[in-house]
Design a protein around this ligand. Structure first.
Ligand code: DX5
Ligand code: ZN
Length: 217
């Protein structure tokens, strides 16, 4: 099975967002990964609804929206209306995670949970059967271009075991520091979807870089 490739627009040229999105439309990317940061859950601010709506107007692929915000439950419906196909909230940002997952599903979007590098996958035990995706952060969220954390491989294995044990359909997405070097082992360990920001957009030929990630053995 080929991996799902989700380039992160965080690393794109915001002054040429339309052409960046059109490039992704023509590429072998499966999803467009959208990083929303509020300056509270993470020490950085990215962009909000007007930018997301502008992306949606041009995107021909599902928008995979990664919410790095506190109290995400206040904005789920608005993100859905702005075009989110997948909505991932951080476990660490939710006091009532089970309720928030149901809230996402009620909008018709797919529900994802993102976990920080310090968060054990075992904390997902009681919700894993209810979610469509788990995003394992392989860097501390907040910035693109950071170094991949090696402990991620172990977390993928543990999560895969949990998914099987609980009969879950959740996809495993890896986010942060993904490149052509670590991608093969991530897939071997059980990753289904790879997010890549700087590796794609800082490369000389993003179309080719996406194709390489998609078609590796
Ligand atoms: C980090 C974001 C990532 C980021 C990945 O907080 O969640 O999606 O854009 O960027 P790279 O691939 O450059 O690590
Ligand atoms: Zn992300």
């Amino acid at each position: 099975m080929k991996p799902i490739i989700a380039p992160s627009l965080l690393a794109s040229d915001f002054a040429n967002l339309q052409s960046e999105v059109e490039m992704l439309n023509e590429s072998q990317a499966d999803w467009l990964h959208i990083d929303i940061m509020d300056g509270r859950f993470v020490p950085n601010i990215s962009f909000g609804f007007p930018v997301l709506q502008a992306i949606q107007r041009h995107a021909k692929k599902p928008l995979d929206v990664h919410l790095m915000i506190v109290e995400p439950e206040l904005y789920i419906e608005q993100f859905r209306e702005a075009g989110a196909e997948i909505i991932s909230v951080h476990l660490e940002a939710c006091n009532h995670l089970h309720r928030t997952i149901q809230q996402i599903k009620a909008t018709g979007a797919k529900a994802g949970i993102a976990i920080n590098p310090h968060t054990s996958v075992q904390l997902l035990d009681d919700v894993i059967a209810d979610v469509d995706l788990v995003c394992i952060m392989s860097v501390n969220p907040g910035f693109g271009g950071q170094k991949f954390i090696e402990n991620t491989y172990r977390k993928i294995e543990a999560l895969k075991n949990l998914i099987i044990a609980r009969n879950s359909n959740a996809l495993i997405e890896i986010d942060g520091g993904v490149n052509q070097q670590n991608a093969p082992l991530l897939l071997e360990k059980g990753a289904d979807a790879l997010v890549a920001g700087s590796f794609v957009f800082n490369s000389a030929d993003p179309l080719q870089t996406i194709a390489n990630l998609k078609n590796q053995a």
